[in-house]
Design a binder for this molecule. Structure first.
Ligand SMILES: [Zn+2]
Length: 222
């Protein structure tokens, strides 16, 4: 493989590292070009307006560790994407897709508790309506600790269907997460380094590899 275009569409900077940091690095190792789009500015949830600069610097470092080629950054309001018409969000996603013509997209799971994650998922699915000219042949949803497992259990459950062995990329994933130290919490919070490692070990060792990231398969067209 190699020479494929991969697009990660994430609501917040840090979701890409938590959800698919190892998989991004593995795509890069395999010769694929990886691009990331962040939908929100990441300010309001932290309650300060100097936060966005810190988060921007953190995300630039994280993306360079993972080998991402280019980031697209949008300015939708953090934790308030439900105040924006879905059409406006979808249009931005569509612009990125028409510029890149990605083969594969990674994005949020539809059943995450976080509203920005839900809307980002919906915008991606809308932008990727499987019309004949749609370049996107594979869509995978990642899991983000403290969002994917926090929603009501009466909703659709995240199923770990695609398993990516990230043992050789694990160090880069943890280094990327260290850039986002301000977003991490102390154990036993689910957004702790310990919980991230525990999930990688669980996803890996229930499938016979040391560490893995797993994905809900939304679409594969061959
Ligand atoms: Zn998020």
């Amino acid at each position: 493989m190699g020479n494929r275009k991969i697009l990660v569409v994430a609501a917040h900077s840090d979701d890409e590292a938590l959800g698919c940091g190892g998989t991004i690095a593995k795509h890069v190792d395999n010769g694929d070009d990886v691009f990331v789009a962040f939908m929100t500015n990441g300010v309001a949830a932290r309650g300060s307006d100097d936060g966005s600069d810190d988060r921007h610097v953190a995300s630039k470092s994280a993306l360079s560790i993972l080998g991402v080629k280019k980031a697209f950054r949008f300015d939708f309001p953090d934790n308030q994407m439900d105040t924006i018409p879905l059409l406006s969000v979808t249009k931005e996603v569509e612009k990125v897709i028409s510029e890149l013509s990605p083969d594969i997209i990674y994005t949020h799971f539809s059943g995450d508790l976080n509203v920005d994650h839900q809307i980002t998922h919906k915008a991606v699915m809308t932008a990727c309506r499987p019309q004949p000219w749609c370049s996107v042949k594979e869509i995978y949803c990642f899991e983000v600790l403290s969002a994917t497992e926090w929603n009501s259990k009466s909703l659709g459950t995240f199923l770990p269907q695609k398993i990516v062995d990230i043992t050789n990329q694990w160090d880069r994933k943890t280094s990327a997460l260290e850039c986002y130290a301000q977003e991490m919490r102390a154990a036993p919070h689910s957004r702790s380094y310990e919980a991230v490692e525990a999930l990688a070990v669980l996803r890996g060792q229930t499938h016979g590899v040391p560490r893995a990231e797993s994905f809900y398969v939304e679409r594969i067209v061959e």
